[in-house]
Design a protein around this ligand. Structure first.
Ligand code: TYM
Length: 336
Protein backbone atom coordinates (compact mmCIF):
# COMPACT_ATOMS: atom_id res chain seq x y z
CA UNK A 1 0.00 0.00 0.00
CA UNK A 2 1.44 3.39 -1.00
CA UNK A 3 0.47 6.26 1.26
CA UNK A 4 0.30 9.70 -0.36
CA UNK A 5 2.33 12.50 1.18
CA UNK A 6 0.42 14.31 3.89
CA UNK A 7 1.62 16.72 6.54
CA UNK A 8 0.14 16.86 10.06
CA UNK A 9 1.19 18.91 13.05
CA UNK A 10 -0.33 20.28 16.25
CA UNK A 11 0.18 23.15 18.66
CA UNK A 12 -1.16 23.34 22.22
CA UNK A 13 -3.43 26.28 23.08
CA UNK A 14 -1.81 27.03 26.42
CA UNK A 15 -1.03 30.75 26.20
CA UNK A 16 0.67 33.06 23.75
CA UNK A 17 2.83 31.43 21.14
CA UNK A 18 6.47 32.52 21.19
CA UNK A 19 9.49 32.81 18.94
CA UNK A 20 10.38 29.13 19.50
CA UNK A 21 6.96 28.02 18.21
CA UNK A 22 7.28 30.48 15.33
CA UNK A 23 10.78 29.55 14.12
CA UNK A 24 10.68 25.89 15.17
CA UNK A 25 7.21 25.10 13.82
CA UNK A 26 4.94 27.76 12.29
CA UNK A 27 7.38 29.00 9.65
CA UNK A 28 7.88 25.43 8.52
CA UNK A 29 4.10 24.86 8.48
CA UNK A 30 3.60 27.79 6.10
CA UNK A 31 6.32 26.79 3.67
CA UNK A 32 5.06 23.18 3.56
CA UNK A 33 1.51 24.23 2.62
CA UNK A 34 2.94 25.37 -0.74
CA UNK A 35 4.12 21.86 -1.62
CA UNK A 36 1.93 19.30 0.16
CA UNK A 37 -1.50 18.66 1.55
CA UNK A 38 -1.34 19.89 5.16
CA UNK A 39 -3.46 19.49 8.28
CA UNK A 40 -2.76 21.77 11.27
CA UNK A 41 -4.49 21.21 14.55
CA UNK A 42 -4.95 23.22 17.74
CA UNK A 43 -4.60 20.37 20.23
CA UNK A 44 -7.04 21.37 22.97
CA UNK A 45 -7.31 17.79 24.29
CA UNK A 46 -3.56 17.76 24.87
CA UNK A 47 -3.80 21.09 26.70
CA UNK A 48 -6.23 19.71 29.32
CA UNK A 49 -3.74 17.05 30.45
CA UNK A 50 -2.74 19.92 32.78
CA UNK A 51 -5.72 21.77 34.29
CA UNK A 52 -6.87 24.75 32.18
CA UNK A 53 -9.48 27.27 33.25
CA UNK A 54 -12.36 26.67 30.78
CA UNK A 55 -12.75 30.35 29.78
CA UNK A 56 -8.99 30.66 29.23
CA UNK A 57 -8.85 27.46 27.20
CA UNK A 58 -11.38 28.64 24.63
CA UNK A 59 -9.69 32.06 24.46
CA UNK A 60 -6.33 30.35 23.90
CA UNK A 61 -7.76 28.24 21.07
CA UNK A 62 -8.72 31.49 19.31
CA UNK A 63 -5.29 33.00 20.02
CA UNK A 64 -3.58 29.93 18.56
CA UNK A 65 -5.65 29.91 15.35
CA UNK A 66 -5.09 33.66 15.00
CA UNK A 67 -1.33 33.02 15.34
CA UNK A 68 -1.50 30.28 12.68
CA UNK A 69 -3.16 32.67 10.24
CA UNK A 70 -0.95 35.65 11.12
CA UNK A 71 2.14 33.49 10.51
CA UNK A 72 0.87 32.79 6.99
CA UNK A 73 -1.29 29.65 7.14
CA UNK A 74 -4.06 29.81 4.57
CA UNK A 75 -7.32 27.98 5.38
CA UNK A 76 -7.90 27.54 1.62
CA UNK A 77 -4.64 25.59 1.36
CA UNK A 78 -4.36 23.86 4.74
CA UNK A 79 -6.97 22.22 6.93
CA UNK A 80 -7.02 24.14 10.23
CA UNK A 81 -9.17 22.90 13.11
CA UNK A 82 -9.30 22.11 16.83
CA UNK A 83 -8.68 18.54 17.94
CA UNK A 84 -11.77 18.10 20.16
CA UNK A 85 -14.07 18.88 17.21
CA UNK A 86 -13.06 15.58 15.53
CA UNK A 87 -13.95 12.77 17.90
CA UNK A 88 -11.87 10.28 15.92
CA UNK A 89 -8.76 11.57 17.74
CA UNK A 90 -10.08 10.25 21.05
CA UNK A 91 -11.35 7.00 19.57
CA UNK A 92 -8.08 6.16 17.86
CA UNK A 93 -6.15 7.26 20.97
CA UNK A 94 -8.01 4.57 22.94
CA UNK A 95 -7.18 1.90 20.38
CA UNK A 96 -3.54 3.01 20.39
CA UNK A 97 -3.48 3.01 24.21
CA UNK A 98 -3.96 -0.73 23.79
CA UNK A 99 -1.09 -1.03 21.29
CA UNK A 100 1.44 1.24 23.00
CA UNK A 101 3.51 -0.28 25.86
CA UNK A 102 3.95 1.03 29.40
CA UNK A 103 7.71 0.56 29.06
CA UNK A 104 7.73 2.87 26.03
CA UNK A 105 5.83 5.60 27.87
CA UNK A 106 8.12 5.25 30.89
CA UNK A 107 10.99 6.42 28.71
CA UNK A 108 9.35 9.71 27.67
CA UNK A 109 11.52 12.53 29.00
CA UNK A 110 8.83 15.19 28.57
CA UNK A 111 6.55 13.36 31.04
CA UNK A 112 9.43 13.18 33.50
CA UNK A 113 10.07 16.92 33.10
CA UNK A 114 6.43 17.93 33.39
CA UNK A 115 5.38 15.52 36.12
CA UNK A 116 8.36 16.35 38.38
CA UNK A 117 9.83 14.22 41.16
CA UNK A 118 8.59 10.68 42.01
CA UNK A 119 6.37 12.09 44.76
CA UNK A 120 4.92 14.83 42.53
CA UNK A 121 4.39 12.29 39.71
CA UNK A 122 1.71 10.54 41.78
CA UNK A 123 -0.43 13.64 41.37
CA UNK A 124 0.01 14.01 37.60
CA UNK A 125 -3.05 13.25 35.46
CA UNK A 126 -3.24 9.91 33.66
CA UNK A 127 -3.82 12.02 30.54
CA UNK A 128 -0.35 13.56 30.90
CA UNK A 129 1.18 10.10 31.03
CA UNK A 130 -0.57 8.81 27.90
CA UNK A 131 -0.23 12.17 26.12
CA UNK A 132 2.17 10.71 23.50
CA UNK A 133 -0.40 8.04 22.53
CA UNK A 134 -2.92 10.79 21.72
CA UNK A 135 -0.22 12.49 19.70
CA UNK A 136 0.31 9.27 17.73
CA UNK A 137 -3.47 9.10 17.19
CA UNK A 138 -3.48 12.69 15.84
CA UNK A 139 -0.91 11.78 13.23
CA UNK A 140 -2.06 8.28 12.33
CA UNK A 141 -5.76 9.19 12.13
CA UNK A 142 -4.92 10.98 8.88
CA UNK A 143 -2.15 8.52 7.91
CA UNK A 144 0.17 11.52 7.83
CA UNK A 145 3.61 10.87 6.35
CA UNK A 146 5.43 14.06 7.46
CA UNK A 147 5.34 15.91 10.78
CA UNK A 148 7.03 19.33 11.13
CA UNK A 149 8.05 19.88 14.78
CA UNK A 150 10.75 21.38 16.96
CA UNK A 151 13.47 19.10 18.37
CA UNK A 152 11.63 18.74 21.71
CA UNK A 153 9.01 16.55 20.00
CA UNK A 154 11.49 14.11 18.42
CA UNK A 155 11.06 11.42 21.06
CA UNK A 156 7.26 11.58 20.77
CA UNK A 157 7.56 11.19 17.02
CA UNK A 158 9.76 8.12 17.46
CA UNK A 159 7.10 6.65 19.72
CA UNK A 160 4.44 7.36 17.06
CA UNK A 161 6.53 5.40 14.58
CA UNK A 162 6.89 2.49 17.04
CA UNK A 163 3.13 2.46 17.65
CA UNK A 164 2.39 2.54 13.90
CA UNK A 165 4.83 -0.32 13.30
CA UNK A 166 3.41 -2.44 16.15
CA UNK A 167 -0.17 -1.89 14.94
CA UNK A 168 0.82 -2.92 11.40
CA UNK A 169 2.59 -6.04 12.77
CA UNK A 170 -0.01 -7.05 15.38
CA UNK A 171 -2.90 -6.79 12.95
CA UNK A 172 -0.90 -8.09 9.96
CA UNK A 173 -1.71 -5.07 7.84
CA UNK A 174 1.71 -4.24 6.45
CA UNK A 175 2.16 -0.52 5.61
CA UNK A 176 -1.40 0.34 6.71
CA UNK A 177 -0.08 3.16 8.87
CA UNK A 178 2.85 4.98 7.28
CA UNK A 179 5.79 5.53 9.64
CA UNK A 180 5.64 9.32 10.04
CA UNK A 181 8.84 11.25 9.27
CA UNK A 182 9.72 14.14 11.59
CA UNK A 183 10.63 17.35 9.74
CA UNK A 184 12.94 19.23 12.10
CA UNK A 185 14.67 22.42 10.90
CA UNK A 186 18.39 22.10 11.48
CA UNK A 187 19.60 25.30 13.11
CA UNK A 188 16.49 26.55 14.87
CA UNK A 189 14.97 23.32 16.04
CA UNK A 190 15.49 24.40 19.65
CA UNK A 191 15.23 28.10 20.46
CA UNK A 192 16.48 28.58 23.99
CA UNK A 193 15.30 30.75 26.89
CA UNK A 194 16.71 34.30 26.87
CA UNK A 195 17.52 33.92 30.59
CA UNK A 196 19.03 30.42 30.60
CA UNK A 197 20.52 29.07 27.39
CA UNK A 198 20.35 25.47 28.63
CA UNK A 199 16.52 25.51 28.75
CA UNK A 200 14.21 25.71 25.75
CA UNK A 201 12.09 28.83 25.27
CA UNK A 202 8.72 27.81 26.62
CA UNK A 203 5.20 29.11 27.33
CA UNK A 204 5.33 27.61 30.82
CA UNK A 205 8.54 29.35 31.97
CA UNK A 206 7.59 31.77 34.73
CA UNK A 207 9.55 34.82 33.60
CA UNK A 208 8.14 36.57 30.54
CA UNK A 209 11.68 37.90 29.99
CA UNK A 210 12.70 34.36 29.00
CA UNK A 211 10.79 34.54 25.70
CA UNK A 212 9.68 36.76 22.83
CA UNK A 213 5.92 36.32 22.43
CA UNK A 214 4.33 36.68 19.03
CA UNK A 215 2.12 39.39 20.52
CA UNK A 216 4.94 41.47 22.04
CA UNK A 217 5.22 45.16 21.14
CA UNK A 218 8.42 46.72 19.75
CA UNK A 219 9.06 48.15 23.20
CA UNK A 220 8.72 44.76 24.91
CA UNK A 221 11.02 43.12 22.35
CA UNK A 222 13.58 45.87 22.90
CA UNK A 223 13.48 45.47 26.70
CA UNK A 224 13.68 41.66 26.57
CA UNK A 225 16.64 41.59 24.20
CA UNK A 226 18.44 44.27 26.26
CA UNK A 227 17.98 42.11 29.38
CA UNK A 228 18.81 38.82 27.63
CA UNK A 229 21.88 37.02 28.98
CA UNK A 230 24.87 37.14 26.57
CA UNK A 231 28.60 37.26 27.33
CA UNK A 232 31.11 39.79 28.65
CA UNK A 233 33.75 38.90 26.05
CA UNK A 234 33.46 40.14 22.44
CA UNK A 235 31.79 37.94 19.82
CA UNK A 236 34.28 35.23 18.73
CA UNK A 237 35.06 34.32 15.11
CA UNK A 238 34.47 30.58 15.55
CA UNK A 239 31.79 28.20 16.76
CA UNK A 240 34.11 26.30 19.11
CA UNK A 241 34.47 29.34 21.39
CA UNK A 242 30.69 29.41 21.82
CA UNK A 243 30.49 25.85 23.13
CA UNK A 244 30.18 26.89 26.78
CA UNK A 245 28.16 30.04 26.07
CA UNK A 246 24.65 28.80 25.29
CA UNK A 247 22.94 32.19 25.76
CA UNK A 248 25.32 33.93 23.33
CA UNK A 249 24.98 31.07 20.86
CA UNK A 250 21.19 31.27 21.06
CA UNK A 251 21.13 35.00 20.26
CA UNK A 252 23.51 34.48 17.33
CA UNK A 253 21.42 31.56 16.08
CA UNK A 254 18.18 33.55 16.17
CA UNK A 255 19.87 36.46 14.41
CA UNK A 256 21.31 34.15 11.72
CA UNK A 257 17.93 32.57 11.05
CA UNK A 258 16.09 35.87 10.77
CA UNK A 259 18.79 37.47 8.62
CA UNK A 260 18.80 34.33 6.41
CA UNK A 261 22.51 33.73 6.93
CA UNK A 262 24.27 30.73 8.37
CA UNK A 263 25.94 31.01 11.75
CA UNK A 264 29.46 30.97 10.26
CA UNK A 265 28.66 34.03 8.12
CA UNK A 266 27.16 35.86 11.12
CA UNK A 267 30.32 35.13 13.12
CA UNK A 268 32.50 36.40 10.25
CA UNK A 269 30.51 39.64 10.14
CA UNK A 270 30.34 40.21 13.88
CA UNK A 271 33.65 38.83 15.22
CA UNK A 272 35.31 41.22 17.69
CA UNK A 273 32.16 43.30 18.28
CA UNK A 274 30.42 43.59 21.66
CA UNK A 275 27.12 41.76 22.24
CA UNK A 276 25.41 45.15 22.56
CA UNK A 277 25.97 45.50 18.80
CA UNK A 278 24.35 42.11 18.10
CA UNK A 279 21.47 42.97 20.44
CA UNK A 280 20.76 46.22 18.56
CA UNK A 281 20.72 44.40 15.21
CA UNK A 282 18.69 41.52 16.63
CA UNK A 283 16.08 43.88 18.09
CA UNK A 284 15.69 45.62 14.71
CA UNK A 285 15.22 42.38 12.83
CA UNK A 286 12.87 40.91 15.46
CA UNK A 287 10.71 44.02 15.53
CA UNK A 288 10.45 43.89 11.71
CA UNK A 289 9.48 40.21 11.80
CA UNK A 290 7.26 40.03 14.87
CA UNK A 291 5.32 43.29 15.14
CA UNK A 292 3.39 42.78 11.84
CA UNK A 293 2.48 39.29 13.11
CA UNK A 294 1.36 40.75 16.45
CA UNK A 295 -0.90 43.34 14.86
CA UNK A 296 -2.39 40.74 12.50
CA UNK A 297 -3.13 38.46 15.49
CA UNK A 298 -4.90 41.35 17.21
CA UNK A 299 -6.92 42.16 14.08
CA UNK A 300 -7.98 38.52 13.73
CA UNK A 301 -8.94 38.29 17.42
CA UNK A 302 -11.30 41.21 16.94
CA UNK A 303 -13.49 38.94 14.77
CA UNK A 304 -13.92 35.66 16.65
CA UNK A 305 -16.86 34.54 14.51
CA UNK A 306 -14.52 34.48 11.49
CA UNK A 307 -12.02 32.35 13.43
CA UNK A 308 -14.82 30.06 14.64
CA UNK A 309 -15.98 29.58 11.05
CA UNK A 310 -12.45 28.62 9.96
CA UNK A 311 -12.37 25.98 12.72
CA UNK A 312 -15.80 24.63 11.77
CA UNK A 313 -14.90 24.38 8.08
CA UNK A 314 -11.57 22.77 8.94
CA UNK A 315 -13.07 20.22 11.31
CA UNK A 316 -15.64 19.21 8.69
CA UNK A 317 -12.88 18.53 6.18
CA UNK A 318 -10.72 16.75 8.77
CA UNK A 319 -13.65 14.63 9.90
CA UNK A 320 -14.25 13.26 6.39
CA UNK A 321 -10.66 11.94 6.19
CA UNK A 322 -10.75 10.74 9.80
CA UNK A 323 -14.01 8.81 9.42
CA UNK A 324 -12.86 7.11 6.23
CA UNK A 325 -9.67 5.92 7.94
CA UNK A 326 -11.46 5.00 11.17
CA UNK A 327 -13.86 2.71 9.29
CA UNK A 328 -10.86 0.72 8.04
CA UNK A 329 -9.19 0.79 11.47
CA UNK A 330 -12.34 -0.53 13.24
CA UNK A 331 -12.54 -3.25 10.62
CA UNK A 332 -8.86 -4.21 11.02
CA UNK A 333 -9.20 -4.38 14.83
CA UNK A 334 -12.41 -6.38 14.59
CA UNK A 335 -14.74 -3.82 16.15
CA UNK A 336 -18.31 -4.23 14.82
P1 TYM B 1 3.84 22.64 21.64
O1 TYM B 1 2.49 23.25 21.69
O2 TYM B 1 4.64 22.59 22.89
O3 TYM B 1 4.73 23.38 20.58
C1 TYM B 1 4.27 23.60 19.25
C2 TYM B 1 5.43 23.45 18.28
O4 TYM B 1 6.47 24.40 18.58
C3 TYM B 1 7.72 23.70 18.76
N1 TYM B 1 8.50 24.37 19.80
C4 TYM B 1 9.76 24.80 19.64
N2 TYM B 1 10.60 24.77 18.59
C5 TYM B 1 11.82 25.31 18.75
N3 TYM B 1 12.25 25.89 19.91
C6 TYM B 1 11.43 25.95 20.99
N4 TYM B 1 11.84 26.54 22.11
C7 TYM B 1 10.13 25.39 20.88
N5 TYM B 1 9.07 25.27 21.74
C8 TYM B 1 8.09 24.65 21.06
C9 TYM B 1 7.32 22.29 19.19
O5 TYM B 1 8.34 21.35 18.92
C10 TYM B 1 6.08 22.05 18.35
O6 TYM B 1 6.43 21.63 17.04
N6 TYM B 1 2.99 17.71 21.67
C11 TYM B 1 3.03 18.90 20.82
C12 TYM B 1 1.71 19.15 20.10
C13 TYM B 1 1.17 18.02 19.31
C14 TYM B 1 1.67 17.53 18.07
C15 TYM B 1 0.77 16.47 17.69
C16 TYM B 1 2.75 17.87 17.27
C17 TYM B 1 0.07 17.28 19.64
N7 TYM B 1 -0.16 16.35 18.65
C18 TYM B 1 0.98 15.75 16.53
C19 TYM B 1 2.94 17.14 16.09
C20 TYM B 1 2.05 16.09 15.73
C21 TYM B 1 3.34 20.11 21.69
O7 TYM B 1 3.10 20.11 22.87
O8 TYM B 1 3.77 21.18 21.00
Amino acid sequence: MINKKLVFSGVQPTGNLHLGNYLGALKNFTSLQKEMECIYCVVDLHAITIFQKPSELSENVFKTVASFLAAGLDPNKSIIFNQSAVSGHSELAWILNCVSRIGWLNRMTQFKDKAGSDKEKEKASVGLYIYPNLMAADILLYKATHVPVGADQKQHLELSRDIAQKFNNDFKCENFFPLPEPLISKNISRIMSLRDGTKKMSKSEESDYSRINLRDSADEINKKIKKAKSDSEPIPDNLKSLEKKPEALNLLNIYSELSKNNLEKTLQDMAGKEYSFLKKKLTEILVNEITPVASEIQKLLDDKSHLKQILINGSEKANIIAEENLKKIRDIVGLL
